[in-house]
Design a binder for this molecule. Structure first.
Ligand code: HEM
Ligand code: HEM
Length: 193
């Protein structure tokens, strides 16, 4: 059936544009990560207020959803690696690839070290009330140290990487006008189908 073939092909990435699954994962994760960073920025600026408590109250759950989606995204990125839009040759292409790799690394590590810290803690880890790791009698030292020393710091590094990423998208759109944004927004617009 040509129609359903076209529909399922639209789910996959293409040299000219990202497919529906990559785009859904990209924008859902962008919204959820920005939610986390907004909450933690308000906490740093305002201290304990009812608004900040609301964000802090959602932080573990939203972070866990992010971790699950990031694992799905890494698997999908590897499956699509030979079909994705290329980043061009030369230094600029290399920098785009390195920037995306850094974003992936930070997206994996930030929630991972927080979940490890919770897994080895006396409070346990039960996102959405679902017990994943039972509370321990004493903290596991290295898990706590890893989380305490890396989670927040890498969270701010991720924020800086996102800032650079959005800045570069702006450069592509305003200066170079090469349609980079449209390949993550709409396959139809990118390929003019
Ligand atoms: C939390 C925020 C964000 C993260 C973590 C993030 C991460 C990424 C990553 C890893 C890629 C590489 C392709 C992939 O594997 O999906 C990418 C591509 C892209 N992102 Fe983002 N992104 C974020 C927010 C944004 C925002 C706000 C915009 C729009 C201004 C944007 C526009 C794009 C575009 C246009 C591409 C395609 C670039 C290309 O093909 O060279 N992203 N993003
Ligand atoms: C991508 C997802 C996440 C992002 C971007 C993120 C980001 C952050 C940031 C920026 C801070 C503030 C650090 C500071 O005050 O300097 C923070 C704190 C915190 N986060 Fe997350 N987080 C994420 C996921 C998680 C998860 C999954 C958990 C729990 C399992 C968690 C638990 C905590 C806790 C307990 C704190 C307060 C203690 C600390 O600063 O380490 N976070 N997070």
């Amino acid at each position: 059936m040509p129609l359903s073939f076209a529909r399922s092909a639209a789910l996959l990435d293409h040299r000219a544009a990202y497919g529906t699954i990559s785009r859904l994962l990209h924008w859902a994760l962008a919204a959820l990560i920005l939610w986390q960073l907004l909450g933690m920025t308000l906490r740093a600026l305002l201290g304990r207020t009812p608004l900040v408590s609301f964000f802090v109250g959602t932080h573990q759950q939203v972070g866990t959803v992010i971790f699950v989606l990031v694992v799905a995204r890494v698997i999908w990125m590897l499956a699509m690696r030979n079909r994705r839009p290329a980043h061009g040759a030369g230094l600029l292409g290399w920098m785009a690839k390195a920037g995306h790799a850094a974003l992936y690394l930070a997206m994996v590590l930030v929630p991972l070290v927080a979940i490890l810290r919770a897994a080895g803690s006396t409070r346990g880890f039960a996102p959405f009330g679902f017990p994943v790791f039972a509370p321990r009698e004493t903290d596991i030292g290295w898990m706590k140290t890893l989380g305490d020393s890396l989670h927040g710091e890498l969270g701010w590094v991720l924020a800086a990487l996102i800032g650079g990423h959005v800045l570069m998208v702006g450069v592509h759109e305003i200066l170079w006008r090469d349609g980079t944004l449209s390949r993550m927004v709409s396959r139809r617009r990118a390929r003019n189908l």
